[in-house]
Design a protein around this ligand. Structure first.
Ligand code: ADP
Length: 889
């Protein structure tokens, strides 16, 4: 079987076939009549109008067969479409192209076929008009002509189908555009009639032709009342009378030149309109000209927007910003805020202005009263006579309060009600205004609240504004600001009160601390005085050059002396501890050469070590290092640690003192070979009076040394640690490293020299020393001391006034004064002595139990040449006297 190729114009042909919409349409009577008629005339069992689609042969009409389509490949018509001419197959069985065609060898067993092309209205060949027989046949030329004329009829039917289809489409379009138009119209008219703006159509002469619903409601006229009237009926009189003239001008100008310009035409502008009731309404009016056609006169459409709400909002905004302006000004005026009074008067004035009122008031409920009472902070002066003026002033000075809780004001500040009345004089609860009181037309009172609590109130009277809820709402920010201010002032008062209490408490603490210091100082004095005698006498006994003690006595006196000194150490330590605890220890942190402190410490302790058979090893891992420390206090620390290391050591043991620098810190280690400290004791050794196991060891101690040591180290921003086992203990003091280094020789002895005195006095032979002291034990001690100086005569006065007199008569070479004496203290006596011309240049030494550094400082400042503390250090005292009278003995 030969398959017919596609014609050259296949693509366009198929497109055209699709566009006419013939394929798969229902059977058509006219086509069916045509095929039936042809079958009858040609006496063939089958006749068809066959259409060749891209893949199939579809029958628009087929007579004699009950099929509607076949494949394109076996279709005889495909050849007609390709060849584009009539095809006659006389005996298909014998035809080379068709003998094995399935339609030949199978049903409908085609033997004879004659088909001629049919075209669409675009001229494309769509298929064929064909007749088929199951027997071989042959057509005459006339028969072929007749077949062609049938094909033409089929083409005419196809053209009809196309036209019908086009018509239908057009109809559909018309219907849908009509619908659209109808909908559009409905939309337009609802747009106009339901528009939020009023729309009015007027003729070129200014006559109202139509108006929408909004125009009715805006101007108060019905549409009937409007239509036919001159638009000027809606204009204020002065504008209305010019309107007709304006329209004429507009018309003429427009005819003369096209550059007419009117402000309502086009974008429009704000103007006023007048309603039926005579209300002047602010509106926005935009007019557009409607050009209809050449014959008709133009019309105008006016779109009117009601601006009443906008204007109201604008006014509201203006008022709101006025209010905020006032509040802002009030809250940012620092001076007024701090003074309190002027802020209240400013706010009261602002309240009056903002509400266009004659009178205003701001008051606060007195928080200290159990019953509500109003303190008036500020009030417009409404006094009408002398008496009312003084009442007003009393109110403003806070000495008079509003206490009547039943009055209109009372309902506000006591009950927290908003009171709003147009007739305050006769309102319920009012007893009427006093004679002469200015008349009140209206009154608004609002409580100032914090949550449910009423803090105060504001009030206005004789306001030009309408007193209503709107005004109340509008004043809310004002009232809230007053509430904030009242709270602020209350907090400020509270803080002031608290600060005053704190000050008072601080004073109390300071008093207590002063009392404690004084107590400590006087205790120290009380204890040092007898100690002075004990230590002094014992030392005197030991040093007695005339009658030396025997061995036993010497031992006993030594015992007295060491016990005294022990007690003195204890007192000193306790005093130091107390001072640290009171934060009163005065230390001076400065770069301190550790080598120097260590050397001085060793000097002090070497004798003890030697006596105990303990060797001391010094290991400076870094030379000339400086710690930030107090020189004396660091020495005190090292003395404590080293003396412990010696005391708590084994026989023939050793102590190592070493120091090093680690990470910006100076570490000083004191290591011993002692018995160590047990684990359960180690945590307690820094507690005051805790002597751990040493309690019953017979080793002398007070149990205060380590506690003091730790406090002193911490006071110098350092730490102290201990490690201990049965081979010994190591105490490590860590102090901050000082930044700059100072040479060791910059530290010099603080010993005071008085060369002038030395030279002055050395030439004298018989010398007199006056000692003024009220304590007999001390007098005796001094007398014993001076027994050793043969060429010095000691005269003693047991009270200061006698001392003064004796000074004048004896003209002593040296005066020694006690400080704490009844009637006149050492300082006062010194002053009197200095005023005595005959005593000019006489050196004076203070000898006092007031041993605080401050006491010493004060003594030297007041003019003493030396300030010695009790208990007296006898050897040093001998040296000092020797210095004064070098060549006397
Ligand atoms: P004390 O006056 O008793 O020496 P401290 O406060 O100096 O008081 O010491 C407290 C206690 O710590 C001592 O009583 C002793 O038991 C123990 N202690 C202190 N240093 C050492 C040390 N180097 N070796 C062993 N024990 C020590």
């Amino acid at each position: 079987m030969r398959i017919a190729a596609h014609p050259e114009d296949e693509t366009q042909r198929i497109a055209s076939l699709k566009s006419i919409g013939l394929l798969d349409t229902p059977s058509d009577l006219y086509f069916d009549q045509l095929t039936a008629q042809a079958a009858h005339i040609f006496n063939t069992p089958i006749c068809a109008v066959s259409i060749i689609d891209s893949k199939r042969q579809w029958f628009k009409s087929i007579y004699g067969l009950d099929v509607c389509e076949t494949g394109r490949d076996e279709a005889f018509c495909s050849h007609v479409v390709h060849d584009h001419k009539l095809l006659e197959v006389r005996n298909a069985l014998e035809h080379p192209d068709f003998h094995d065609n399935p339609l030949v060898i199978g049903a409908p067993n085609i033997r004879f076929y004659c088909g001629t092309p049919i075209h669409d209205t675009n001229g494309f060949c769509l298929g064929s008009f064909c007749v088929i027989d199951t027997k071989p046949r042959q057509f005459t030329e006339e028969q072929k002509e007749l077949l062609n004329s049938f094909a033409l009829q089929a083409e005419a039917l196809i053209a009809l189908h196309v036209r019908q289809k086009d018509n239908e489409e057009k109809n559909r379009e018309i219907i849908s555009s009509r619908d659209l138009l109808r909908r559009e119209l409905a939309r337009q008219s609802s747009l106009v009639s339901n528009a939020a703006a009023a729309v009015i159509r007027i003729s070129h002469r200014g006559i109202i032709e139509d108006a929408n619903k909004k125009a009715e409601s805006l101007f108060g006229y019905s549409i009937d009342e409007l239509v036919g009237q001159n638009i000027s009926m809606l204009m204020p009189k002065d504008i209305a009378k010019h309107h007709d003239g304006y329209l004429k001008h507009y018309d003429r100008d427009k005819r003369q030149n096209a550059t007419h310009n009117s402000s309502v035409i086009g974008e429009g502008r704000e103007v006023s309109a007048i309603s039926k009731s005579g209300e002047l309404i602010p509106i926005h009016l935009a007019v557009s000209e409607v050009v209809i056609d050449d014959q008709s006169q133009n019309e105008f459409i006016g779109i009117v927007t009601d601006l009443r709400e906008t204007k109201r909002k604008e006014r509201e905004l203006e008022r709101q910003s006025m209010l905020l302006d006032k509040l802002h000004k009030g809250l940012t005026d620092y001076e007024a805020l701090i003074s309190g009074n002027s802020i209240w008067s400013f706010l009261q004035e602002s309240l009056r202005e903002l509400t266009n009122s004659e009178y205003a008031l701001i008051g606060e409920v007195d928080p200290s009263k159990s019953e509500p009472e109003l303190i008036v902070h500020s009030l417009t002066d409404l006094s009408w006579d002398k008496e009312s003026k003084s009442l007003m002033q009393k109110f403003l000075a806070g000495s008079s309060r509003v206490t009547n809780t039943k009055s209109l004001l009372g309902r506000v500040f006591a009950q927290g009600e908003v009171v709003l009345t147009e007739s305050p004089a006769t309102a319920p609860g009012r007893r009427g205004l006093p004679d002469g009181h200015p008349p009140l037309h209206n009154l608004l009172g609002m409580p100032i609240k914090q949550g449910d609590k009423t803090l105060g109130m504001i009030a206005i009277a004789n306001s030009e504004s309408e007193l209503n809820d709107e005004l109340v709402n509008w004043l809310e920010p004002f009232v809230a600001t007053c509430s904030l201010l009242i709270q602020l002032y209350r907090q400020m008062n509270e803080r002031e009160r608290f600060t005053a209490e704190l000050e008072a408490a601080k004073d109390l603490i300071e008093d207590a601390s002063r009392a404690k210091s004084e107590f400590l100082s006087s205790m120290s004095h009380e204890l040092r005085t007898p100690l002075n005698s004990i230590i002094g006498f014992s030392e005197l006994l030991q040093a007695n050059r005339k009658t030396p003690l025997n061995e036993k006595q010497s031992k006993q006196v030594h015992q007295i002396n060491s016990s005294g000194k022990h007690l003195l150490t204890l007192i000193n330590d306790i005093l130091d501890l107390a001072k640290i605890e009171a934060g009163k220890l005065s230390i001076s942190l400065e770069p301190t050469l550790v080598d120097s402190v260590a050397n001085e410490t060793l000097e002090v302790l070497q004798p003890l070590a030697d006596k105990s058979g303990i060797s001391i090893l010094v290991k400076a891992n870094a030379q000339h290092i400086e710690a930030m420390a107090d020189y004396t206090r660091l020495k005190q620390v090292l003395i404590n640690l080293l003396s412990n290391a010696i005391k708590y050591n084994r026989q023939q043991g050793s102590v190592e003192l070493s120091w090093e620098v680690v990470d910006q810190s100076v570490l000083v280690h004191v290591q011993d070979t002692g018995i160590g400290i047990s684990d359960d004791q180690i945590d307690h050794i820094f507690e005051p009076f805790n002597r751990s196991n040493a309690e019953n060891s017979g080793i002398e101690g007070t149990g205060v040394g380590l506690a003091l040591t730790r406090k002193v180290v911490e006071y110098m921003n350092g730490t102290i640690d201990v490690k201990s086992d049965h081979t010994g203990s190591t105490f490590t003091v860590t102090l901050p490293l000082a930044n700059c280094q100072v040479k060791s020789d910059s530290f010099t002895s603080g010993k005071v020299q008085n060369d002038q005195l030395n030279t002055d006095l050395t030439s004298q032979s018989e010398k007199v020393v006056l000692y003024v002291e009220d304590n007999p034990a001390n007098q005796r001690l001094m007398q014993d001391i001076f027994e050793d100086f043969e060429s010095i005569n000691l005269v003693v006065a047991h009270e200061p006034f006698l001392g003064l007199e004796m000074a004048k008569t004896h003209r002593p070479d040296l005066i020694i004064l006690d400080i704490n004496m009844p009637g006149m203290d050492g300082f006062q006596l010194l002053k009197r002595l200095k005023q005595e011309p005959s005593l000019e240049g006489t050196p004076c030494i203070a000898l006092s139990a007031n041993a605080m550094p401050n006491d010493v400082k004060r003594g030297l400042n007041e003019g003493f040449d030396h300030y010695l503390t009790k208990p007296i250090d006898i050897p040093k005292f001998y040296d000092l006297i020797d210095d004064y009278f070098e060549e006397v003995n």
